[in-house]
Design a protein around this ligand. Structure first.
Ligand code: GLY
Ligand code: GLY
Length: 209
């Protein structure tokens, strides 16, 4: 973030019971999706943020690393560049720069689906800024009646249109996965001008990116 600290967002969801867990603006943990899973499995909540999320991770045996252990030389160079030449988050996302979201979708032989998303957000982001990634229905969604979806791109656009949930509803209605993703992303571009991407697998195992 702009203060030079690591803040991460992550989420996980499973489609049989619609169970989900997320962490927002958590400190330097090596595997934030695993902490999101702990939120899902060990709390009665769906999303923990900031110091509360970091403290929860520590209390559950997850190591809090020195920030620099999660910062590559390339990321540091990017941060310094952003400090010198600030630009809008949207501009960066729409040009495919300065972000690093990772997503996963899965289906098992019984047709149970799951999805997860993890990100450092964006270099030099405002302290406390949370993107779409940890938000259920925005950064990810999983429903055995539809499929599993994980998204990437401009968080402030994705969260306002609940892109993962939109794709999920299209899959539930029987839309082919590639069309479901393309339609939701094109609508986002039209309505709020943000760029993004998605991966999904539907309840029959058809996948698209
Ligand atoms: N609907 C308010 C809350 O759950 O915090
Ligand atoms: N989609 C990642 C972010 O906006 O942080």
């Amino acid at each position: 973030n702009a203060a030079g600290r690591v803040e991460l967002d992550a989420v996980i969801m499973e489609g049989s019971g619609l169970r989900a867990g997320g962490v927002a603006a958590i400190g330097a943990v090596a595997n934030p999706v695993s902490v999101a899973r702990l939120v899902m499995e060990r709390t009665e909540h769906c999303l923990l943020a900031g110091e509360g999320a970091t403290e929860f991770a520590r209390a559950n045996g997850v190591a809090i690393l020195p920030d620099l252990e999660l910062v590559t030389a390339a990321a540091l160079a990017e941060f310094e560049e952003m400090q010198r030449f600030p630009t809008s988050v949207k501009t960066l996302f729409n040009h495919g720069l300065a972000h690093d979201t990772v997503g996963a979708v899965a289906i098992d032989e019984a047709g149970r689906v799951a999805a997860a998303t993890s990100t450092g957000g964006i270099s030099c982001k405002m302290v406390g800024r949370v993107g779409d990634s940890p938000l259920i229905g925005s950064g990810c969604y999983a429903d055995d009646f539809a499929g599993a979806v994980s998204t990437t791109g401009h968080g402030e656009s994705i969260m306002r249109l609940n892109i993962a949930r939109q794709i999920s509803l299209a899959l539930e209605g029987g839309a082919p996965p590639d069309e479901a993703c393309a339609a939701a992303l094109a609508n986002m571009r039209r309505r709020v001008g943000g760029c993004g991407g998605a991966i999904c697998v539907d309840r029959t195992g058809r996948a698209a990116a």
